[in-house]
Design a protein. Sequence first.
Length: 369
Amino acid sequence: MSNNCDDCNESNLKNKEHEASLFERWLQEAKEADLCQNFLTLQPEGDIYQNDYTRFTDFERFACIGILNEMIDKLAIIGADRPNVDSPDSGDIANTDEIIKQTNKFQQDRSRLEFILKLIKDELYENSSVETLTQYLISEENKIKEEHAICSMYDQYSQSLQTLKNVAEKSDYLTKHVIKRQTKLLNDIEGELQESMFHYGIKLGYSRKLQEARLEQNTHRIQMEEGAILTESEDLKSRMSQEGRVHRDIMLYLNMSITKLNKDIASWKKRYAIDIAAKNKQICEIKNKKTEGAEKIKTLLNTYMKRRKVIQDYLEEKRIRIEAEELKKSQERAATKIQAWWRGTMVRWKLGEYAEKKKKKKGKEKGKK
C-alpha cells in the first residue's frame, strides 16, 4: 500500500512540475509580447482545438487537473487511513463481519473512484476532454437499470415459486395423510371383517353393507377435498396469469419511461449545443473587446510616454535652474562672508582705509615755514 502511494505521489509531482514549467513559459511569453497583441491567443501550438468546443481550454484543463490531483491525493490518504480489515478470530462475529464488509466495500468503491479519476486526468491532460467519465456514467446507468429489472423479476418469480411450493407441499401432505388414514382404515376393516366372518358369520352381510357405506362416505369426502384442492390450483393459475399481466404492464411502462427519458436527453443535448454556440459567440465578442482594449491601452501608453518625457524634461530644466540659483546664492553668501571677514581683518589690523591717520608734529611744521 505504501509503495502504491509513493508511486502515485511521484507521478503527481512530475505532472505538477510539468504544468508549472508550461505555465512559467506562457507567463514569460506574455511578458515579452507587445501590448497590441491579443494575450488570450498566447498559447502553445496544438494545445487548443479551435473548432472543437467540447474540449476544455488550457486554463480549465490545468484547473481541472489540479482539482483531480488533489482529489486523488485525498482518496489515497483516505485509503491509507482506512485499510482493508481481516476477519477476527473471536468477538461479535456478526457485527464485525458486517463492519468488515462495509469497510471492504468502501475501499473497493474508493479504489474504483481513484482509478476513474486517474483515467479522467490522463485523458484531460492528453486530449482536453472527459469522454471516459461520460462513457462510465452511461455504463453505470445501464447496469443500474439492468440490476433493478433483474431484481424486480427475481422477486416476482421467487414469490410465485414459493407460493407454488407451499401449495405443492400442502397438497402432498393432505394426500399422504388421506392415503395413510385410508390404509389404516382398510386394515382395520379387513381385521374386523375377518374377525366378524370368524366369530359372527351371521352378521357378515350387515357388516359388509356398513363398511361399504363407510367406504362410500370416505370416498365422497376425499372427492370433495380433491375438488377443493383443484379449485385452489385453478385460483393459483389465475393469480399467476394476473401476475404475468402485471409484469407485462410494468415492462411496458418501463419501456415508455425509457423512451421518454431518451427524448428528454436528446432535447437537453440540443439545448446544450445551442448554449455552447451562444457561449462561444460571447467568448468571441469578449476577445474582440479585449483586442480593442489592448489597442486603446497601447495608444494611452504612447501618450503617457510622450507626456512623461515632457514632464521629465521640464523637471530636469527646473532642477538645473534651481541648482544654478542655489549656486548663485551660495556664491553670494560666500562673497558676503569673505567681504565681512576681510573688512573685519582690515579693521583689526588697521589696514587700508581703516588705518590710523598720522598726527602732524608742530615743530617741524614751523621749521618748514
